[in-house]
Design a binder for this molecule. Structure first.
Ligand code: NDP
Length: 601
């Protein structure tokens, strides 16, 4: 019953518009309604040697980095500098001995143990069983580039509750093992998790070639190493229901997150005789984030991880090693370096974390409500939601309509400012409206305001550890890099998917992350290719548009060797201070509109 309802809702919200499309063209093409979309979005593309090299480098350096952090905590009280200083002093001694350096390096490595290996296998099996047997709702993911809309088993919250109850009852009530078990085997578990993470990467790569779950949703590049790193299959599965991505991210990864913290909390108690308020606060903040993930697991199916990222080293090793080890560094730190937070500090960190969480949830919720409302009909901040109807084409040649929200947190500051001004005029609640207006300007409004909330919460998590060491702050540094990089990745992907509709959306919602701070100043290049050369007519149109100030174009050329006409439009939006520099090829654009006609074949 619920399943049918959900299906109906999803089908409604993804209206299909049949269109004709030229499948053989690799370039951005015009479709019936004048849309320019890339029929290869989310699938094959070429990457540079540098990207391939950097991906390979990451596959080897990331595990070393995790080991380094583990060693710093395990043997050097969480000082990041000390292991390096010791190595440097060995190497720079008047008579450096290779044997001494070797034995020092070996001493830094975690040792594999049978107990840890068994523990890890039991943990994976336990999670696997919970995933399969616990009652589940059915959730649906986004439309994939090949046109699939996959069902998922959504029972993560139940799995989280069962896992934690079992852990606490077995350790504290039946005393089958100490509650600090995870901390005690942390080194051995690191080896086991790495073995699994690498095996899973290899397995996924082979599976993608010989037994893909959805062959048309595979993404191949010109580099095998990059394919191993970023993955080939979008949704690898065993059968119809066991989804690799949802399982590995959610279960061994995110369920483990709070269990690890808990275990380090117990270990701290065993070590110093009490649990610090910082450890309690850290557990609360992490638990809020993790529980939010499982309560809203259905929403997660439509985020970038599940909807767009392919399953390779990045996700398989990332979920099994990086996430449980690097996201829990603070609890490892607090176990080694107990911190008693002062009352004001405790309150401040709690307030920052709560504020961050509320923003994070509210922004994500707004998009989810909007996306699941038929035709985008919903009320946001007391007004009818506004959006850009963006067409995109899936591999089967079907054209769909996606909706890009342009109101609420996902809107644009100027619009809200204007609206609230109207309120001021029509009402006498001047102060109230001034307040609302100010809030809207401050909190609004960008393409990724959800990341702002996430970053605030992440920073609060780090602050629980005080200011003595850098190591606990790794999380906020990493999250900032991850999310900023995501903004660019998402921009590229959405441009591939929605073409100039995405540009239209970006011209309305101009800010990337923070209003007035992180503006869209990258150059967007649209390339249109057609078989006929009609330089003059297009050049005229472009010139006229530039004069009108409706859009900005440059770099018009023709590839006569291939007998084709090629036009590149470069669009940039710069903060007014930079516009004065009049950088060639970058022009300011407001109220942007592209309607350069594509010459017919
Ligand atoms: P978003 O939830 O912002 O999803 C981006 C996608 O949403 C786009 O690719 C596009 O996909 C769609 N979209 C973009 N703009 C709009 C719009 N205006 N209206 C409607 N749909 C839009 O990003 P993420 O998936 O990266 O993040 C989800 C949450 O998870 C965030 O809060 C983030 O902070 C958090 N996160 C946490 C991580 C961690 O390790 N702790 C890692 C990554 C994310 P399409 O149109 O194709 O549907």
């Amino acid at each position: 019953m619920i399943e049918n309802e959900t299906k109906k809702r999803i089908n409604k919200s993804a209206e299909k518009v049949i269109t004709t499309r030229n499948d053989n063209n690799n370039n951005i093409k015009s479709t019936q309604g004048g849309t320019k979309v890339d029929p290869h979005w989310g699938r094959s593309h070429n990457i540079s040697y540098l990207t391939a090299f950097l991906s390979s480098l990451l596959m080897f350096t990331s595990p070393l980095m995790v080991i380094y952090f583990w060693t710093a905590c395990n043997s050097y009280g969480c000082s990041l500098a000390e292991p390096a200083i010791e190595l440097y002093s060995l190497l720079s001694s008047p008579t450096p001995s290779i044997v001494a350096v070797q034995s020092f390096l070996y001493s830094l490595l975690p040792v594999p143990t049978l107990e840890a290996a068994k523990l890890y296998v039991y943990w994976l099996l336990f999670q696997f069983v919970l995933y399969v047997v616990l009652p589940a709702k059915t959730g649906y993911g986004q439309q994939t580039p090949a046109g699939h809309r996959l069902p998922y088993k959504v029972n993560g919250l139940l799995a989280w509750v069962v896992s934690h109850v079992c852990f606490l009852v077995a350790s504290c009530y039946f005393e089958l093992f100490p509650a600090s078990l995870v901390q005690r085997h942390w080194g051995g578990l690191l080896v086991a998790a790495n073995c699994y993470g690498y095996s899973l990467t290899l397995f996924s790569y082979i599976k993608a070639h010989i037994a893909p779950s959805h062959p048309t949703d595979r993404k191949f590049t010109n580099s095998r190493l990059y394919d191993i790193f970023m993955g080939i299959e979008l949704n690898p599965r065993f059968g119809n229901w066991f989804d690799f991505k949802l399982f590995h991210n959610g279960r061994p990864g995110i369920v483990a997150w709070t269990l690890i913290n808990l275990s380090f909390g117990f270990a701290q108690y065993e070590r110093i005789g009490y649990v610090t308020n910082s450890m309690v606060l850290l557990n609360i903040l992490h638990a809020a984030y993790v529980l939010d993930f499982f309560v809203n697991e259905d929403w997660y199916l439509r985020t970038i991880d599940i909807a767009h990222d392919h399953f390779g080293f990045y996700l398989s090793w990332g979920d099994t090693v990086w996430l449980p080890y690097m996201y829990t560094l603070q609890s490892h730190y607090l176990y080694r370096n107990p911190v008693d937070l002062s009352y004001p500090m405790f309150s401040g960190v709690l307030a920052l974390g709560t504020g961050g969480y509320l923003i994070f949830r509210a922004v994500n919720h707004q998009k989810d409500v909007f996306r699941s409302s038929p035709n985008g009909n919903c009320i946001i901040w007391g007004k009818k939601a506004t959006f850009v109807s963006a067409k995109y084409v899936t591999a089967d040649g079907t054209e769909h309509i996606g909706r890009l929200l342009t109101s609420g947190f996902w809107g644009n500051v100027k619009k809200c400012y204007k609206r609230s001004t109207t309120v001021i005029i029509s009402n006498t609640y001047f102060i109230y409206c001034l307040f609302i207006k100010t809030i809207l300007i401050i909190i609004g409004l960008s393409r990724h305001f959800n990341y702002v909330g996430d970053l605030m919460l992440s920073f609060a998590m780090c602050l629980t550890c005080g200011f003595e060491h850098l190591l606990p702050y790794f999380y906020i540094i990493y999250m900032t890099m991850l999310l900023v990089h995501r903004i660019y990745r998402d921009d590229e992907r959405c441009f591939g998917k929605y073409g100039d509709y995405w540009i239209q959306y970006k011209s309305i919602v101009r800010w990337k992350l923070l209003p007035y701070v992180f503006i869209n100043f990258n150059i967007t290049a649209l390339k249109f290719t057609s078989d006929k050369s009609s330089d003059d007519s297009i050049a005229d149109i472009v010139k006229a548009q530039r004069n009108e100030g409706a859009c900005s174009t440059t770099d018009i050329g023709a590839n006569r060797d291939l007998g084709s006409y090629e036009q590149k439009i470069v669009i940039g939006v710069l903060p007014s201070s930079l516009q004065r520099l009049s950088i060639p090829e970058i022009y300011r654009t407001t109220d942007f509109r592209i309607d350069v006609p594509i010459p017919n074949n």
